[in-house]
Design a protein. Structure first.
Length: 228
Protein backbone atom coordinates (compact mmCIF):
# COMPACT_ATOMS: atom_id res chain seq x y z
CA UNK A 1 0.00 0.00 0.00
CA UNK A 2 1.00 3.61 -0.53
CA UNK A 3 -0.01 6.66 1.52
CA UNK A 4 0.56 9.83 -0.52
CA UNK A 5 1.29 12.91 1.55
CA UNK A 6 1.71 10.93 4.75
CA UNK A 7 3.06 13.82 6.85
CA UNK A 8 4.30 12.55 10.23
CA UNK A 9 2.77 9.12 9.58
CA UNK A 10 -0.25 9.23 11.90
CA UNK A 11 -2.76 8.10 9.26
CA UNK A 12 -0.25 5.61 7.81
CA UNK A 13 -0.04 4.01 11.24
CA UNK A 14 -3.85 3.70 11.31
CA UNK A 15 -3.66 1.85 7.97
CA UNK A 16 -1.18 -0.55 9.56
CA UNK A 17 -3.63 -1.20 12.37
CA UNK A 18 -6.37 -1.95 9.82
CA UNK A 19 -4.12 -4.17 7.65
CA UNK A 20 -1.41 -5.44 10.02
CA UNK A 21 0.00 -7.97 7.53
CA UNK A 22 0.56 -5.41 4.77
CA UNK A 23 3.68 -3.65 3.59
CA UNK A 24 2.76 0.04 3.69
CA UNK A 25 4.91 2.95 2.52
CA UNK A 26 4.15 6.55 3.40
CA UNK A 27 5.37 9.15 0.91
CA UNK A 28 5.97 12.84 1.61
CA UNK A 29 8.22 15.65 0.40
CA UNK A 30 8.89 17.15 3.84
CA UNK A 31 12.12 15.95 5.41
CA UNK A 32 10.94 17.20 8.79
CA UNK A 33 7.71 15.21 8.59
CA UNK A 34 9.50 12.09 7.38
CA UNK A 35 12.05 12.29 10.20
CA UNK A 36 9.18 12.25 12.68
CA UNK A 37 7.47 9.37 10.87
CA UNK A 38 10.67 7.31 10.84
CA UNK A 39 11.11 7.75 14.58
CA UNK A 40 7.53 7.32 15.73
CA UNK A 41 6.01 4.76 13.34
CA UNK A 42 8.46 2.92 11.10
CA UNK A 43 9.11 -0.78 11.59
CA UNK A 44 7.43 -4.20 11.69
CA UNK A 45 3.70 -4.33 12.40
CA UNK A 46 1.69 -6.61 14.65
CA UNK A 47 0.55 -8.96 11.90
CA UNK A 48 3.92 -9.50 10.26
CA UNK A 49 3.74 -6.56 7.89
CA UNK A 50 6.02 -3.56 7.70
CA UNK A 51 5.60 0.20 7.79
CA UNK A 52 8.16 2.47 6.14
CA UNK A 53 8.46 5.95 4.72
CA UNK A 54 10.09 7.50 1.65
CA UNK A 55 10.63 10.93 0.13
CA UNK A 56 8.43 11.61 -2.90
CA UNK A 57 6.74 14.51 -4.65
CA UNK A 58 3.07 13.73 -5.22
CA UNK A 59 3.15 15.94 -8.33
CA UNK A 60 5.44 13.47 -10.08
CA UNK A 61 5.21 10.22 -8.08
CA UNK A 62 4.46 7.14 -10.17
CA UNK A 63 4.11 3.62 -8.73
CA UNK A 64 7.21 1.51 -9.34
CA UNK A 65 5.40 -1.67 -8.31
CA UNK A 66 1.75 -2.76 -8.32
CA UNK A 67 -0.30 -1.75 -5.27
CA UNK A 68 -3.48 -3.09 -3.74
CA UNK A 69 -4.30 0.31 -2.25
CA UNK A 70 -3.17 3.88 -2.92
CA UNK A 71 -4.58 6.41 -0.48
CA UNK A 72 -4.22 10.15 0.11
CA UNK A 73 -5.66 12.06 3.03
CA UNK A 74 -5.98 15.87 2.92
CA UNK A 75 -3.03 16.33 0.58
CA UNK A 76 -4.21 16.64 -3.01
CA UNK A 77 -5.68 20.12 -2.46
CA UNK A 78 -2.06 21.32 -2.32
CA UNK A 79 -1.27 19.78 -5.72
CA UNK A 80 -2.39 21.83 -8.74
CA UNK A 81 -3.80 19.60 -11.46
CA UNK A 82 -3.82 16.57 -9.17
CA UNK A 83 -6.65 14.88 -11.08
CA UNK A 84 -4.28 14.58 -14.04
CA UNK A 85 -2.21 12.16 -11.94
CA UNK A 86 -5.10 9.75 -11.38
CA UNK A 87 -4.36 7.80 -14.56
CA UNK A 88 -0.82 6.92 -13.51
CA UNK A 89 -1.95 5.94 -10.03
CA UNK A 90 -4.82 3.75 -11.21
CA UNK A 91 -2.46 2.14 -13.72
CA UNK A 92 -0.23 1.26 -10.76
CA UNK A 93 -2.98 -0.68 -9.01
CA UNK A 94 -3.34 -4.42 -9.22
CA UNK A 95 -6.59 -5.61 -10.83
CA UNK A 96 -9.28 -5.11 -8.21
CA UNK A 97 -7.13 -2.58 -6.35
CA UNK A 98 -8.40 0.63 -4.78
CA UNK A 99 -7.51 4.30 -5.01
CA UNK A 100 -9.04 6.39 -2.22
CA UNK A 101 -8.65 10.01 -1.20
CA UNK A 102 -10.13 12.79 0.89
CA UNK A 103 -9.79 16.52 0.29
CA UNK A 104 -11.30 19.53 2.04
CA UNK A 105 -14.10 21.05 0.02
CA UNK A 106 -14.49 24.33 1.88
CA UNK A 107 -12.64 26.70 -0.43
CA UNK A 108 -15.83 28.69 -1.02
CA UNK A 109 -16.56 28.94 2.74
CA UNK A 110 -16.36 32.36 4.43
CA UNK A 111 -13.06 31.44 6.10
CA UNK A 112 -11.38 30.98 2.71
CA UNK A 113 -13.22 33.66 0.75
CA UNK A 114 -12.27 36.25 3.35
CA UNK A 115 -8.70 34.99 3.35
CA UNK A 116 -8.42 35.35 -0.44
CA UNK A 117 -10.03 38.81 -0.44
CA UNK A 118 -7.63 40.04 2.23
CA UNK A 119 -4.65 38.49 0.48
CA UNK A 120 -5.55 40.41 -2.67
CA UNK A 121 -5.82 43.68 -0.75
CA UNK A 122 -2.51 43.01 0.98
CA UNK A 123 -0.65 42.25 -2.26
CA UNK A 124 -0.60 38.47 -1.84
CA UNK A 125 -2.87 37.48 -4.71
CA UNK A 126 -0.77 34.52 -5.89
CA UNK A 127 0.01 33.20 -2.42
CA UNK A 128 -3.21 31.24 -1.79
CA UNK A 129 -5.04 28.45 -3.53
CA UNK A 130 -8.25 29.53 -5.21
CA UNK A 131 -11.73 28.03 -5.05
CA UNK A 132 -10.82 25.57 -7.83
CA UNK A 133 -8.12 23.89 -5.72
CA UNK A 134 -10.33 20.79 -5.68
CA UNK A 135 -12.90 19.52 -8.16
CA UNK A 136 -16.58 18.96 -7.53
CA UNK A 137 -17.67 15.46 -6.48
CA UNK A 138 -19.31 15.07 -9.90
CA UNK A 139 -16.07 15.96 -11.67
CA UNK A 140 -14.06 13.49 -9.58
CA UNK A 141 -16.60 10.78 -10.33
CA UNK A 142 -16.32 11.47 -14.03
CA UNK A 143 -12.52 11.40 -13.99
CA UNK A 144 -12.44 8.08 -12.16
CA UNK A 145 -15.14 6.52 -14.33
CA UNK A 146 -13.20 7.57 -17.44
CA UNK A 147 -10.30 5.48 -16.10
CA UNK A 148 -12.50 2.39 -15.97
CA UNK A 149 -13.03 2.47 -12.21
CA UNK A 150 -16.17 1.83 -10.24
CA UNK A 151 -16.25 4.80 -7.91
CA UNK A 152 -18.14 6.11 -4.91
CA UNK A 153 -17.75 9.86 -4.38
CA UNK A 154 -19.52 11.80 -1.65
CA UNK A 155 -19.30 14.90 0.49
CA UNK A 156 -19.92 15.50 4.17
CA UNK A 157 -20.07 18.76 6.10
CA UNK A 158 -18.78 18.40 9.64
CA UNK A 159 -19.82 21.11 12.09
CA UNK A 160 -16.97 21.48 14.57
CA UNK A 161 -17.69 23.22 17.84
CA UNK A 162 -14.53 25.21 18.49
CA UNK A 163 -13.49 26.90 21.72
CA UNK A 164 -11.19 29.79 22.47
CA UNK A 165 -11.09 33.50 21.78
CA UNK A 166 -10.39 33.18 18.04
CA UNK A 167 -10.85 29.47 17.32
CA UNK A 168 -11.44 29.70 13.56
CA UNK A 169 -8.29 31.77 13.13
CA UNK A 170 -6.37 29.24 15.22
CA UNK A 171 -7.75 26.44 13.03
CA UNK A 172 -6.78 27.98 9.68
CA UNK A 173 -3.33 28.98 10.95
CA UNK A 174 -2.43 25.29 10.79
CA UNK A 175 -3.98 24.71 7.37
CA UNK A 176 -5.03 27.18 4.68
CA UNK A 177 -3.36 30.26 6.16
CA UNK A 178 0.13 28.75 6.21
CA UNK A 179 1.20 30.19 2.81
CA UNK A 180 0.34 33.72 4.00
CA UNK A 181 2.19 33.30 7.29
CA UNK A 182 5.19 31.94 5.39
CA UNK A 183 5.14 34.78 2.88
CA UNK A 184 5.02 37.38 5.68
CA UNK A 185 7.41 35.63 8.08
CA UNK A 186 10.07 38.33 7.62
CA UNK A 187 7.60 41.23 7.77
CA UNK A 188 6.03 41.05 11.24
CA UNK A 189 4.21 44.39 11.03
CA UNK A 190 2.60 43.48 7.72
CA UNK A 191 1.76 40.02 9.04
CA UNK A 192 0.14 41.43 12.18
CA UNK A 193 -1.91 43.90 10.14
CA UNK A 194 -3.21 41.05 7.99
CA UNK A 195 -4.06 38.93 11.03
CA UNK A 196 -5.83 41.78 12.81
CA UNK A 197 -8.09 42.41 9.82
CA UNK A 198 -8.68 38.72 9.21
CA UNK A 199 -9.43 38.09 12.91
CA UNK A 200 -12.14 40.75 12.93
CA UNK A 201 -13.71 39.39 9.73
CA UNK A 202 -13.76 35.82 11.08
CA UNK A 203 -15.38 36.91 14.35
CA UNK A 204 -18.21 38.45 12.33
CA UNK A 205 -18.56 35.49 9.94
CA UNK A 206 -18.42 32.87 12.71
CA UNK A 207 -20.04 34.31 15.85
CA UNK A 208 -19.53 32.42 19.10
CA UNK A 209 -22.52 30.68 20.65
CA UNK A 210 -23.35 29.54 24.15
CA UNK A 211 -21.23 26.39 23.82
CA UNK A 212 -18.49 27.55 21.46
CA UNK A 213 -18.08 28.63 17.85
CA UNK A 214 -19.74 26.37 15.22
CA UNK A 215 -17.40 25.91 12.25
CA UNK A 216 -18.85 24.00 9.26
CA UNK A 217 -16.17 22.13 7.32
CA UNK A 218 -17.02 20.31 4.09
CA UNK A 219 -14.93 17.38 2.90
CA UNK A 220 -15.00 15.31 -0.30
CA UNK A 221 -14.30 11.57 -0.30
CA UNK A 222 -13.68 9.17 -3.17
CA UNK A 223 -13.14 5.42 -3.31
CA UNK A 224 -12.36 4.03 -6.76
CA UNK A 225 -11.96 0.33 -7.55
CA UNK A 226 -10.01 -0.84 -10.57
CA UNK A 227 -11.66 -3.51 -12.66
CA UNK A 228 -10.62 -6.99 -11.55
Amino acid sequence: MADLGCGPGNVTAVLAERWPAAHITGHDNSAEMLDKAHVEHEGPTAGGGHLDFAHADVRTWTPEEPYDLIISNATLQWVPGHAERFGAWVAGLRPGGTFAFQVPGNFDAPSHRLMRDLATRHGLTDTLRHDDAVLTPQAYLGRLADLGCTADVWETTYVHLLTGEDPVLDWVKGTGLRPVLTALADEPERRDAFLDEYRAALREAYPAGAHGTPFPFRRIFAVARKEA
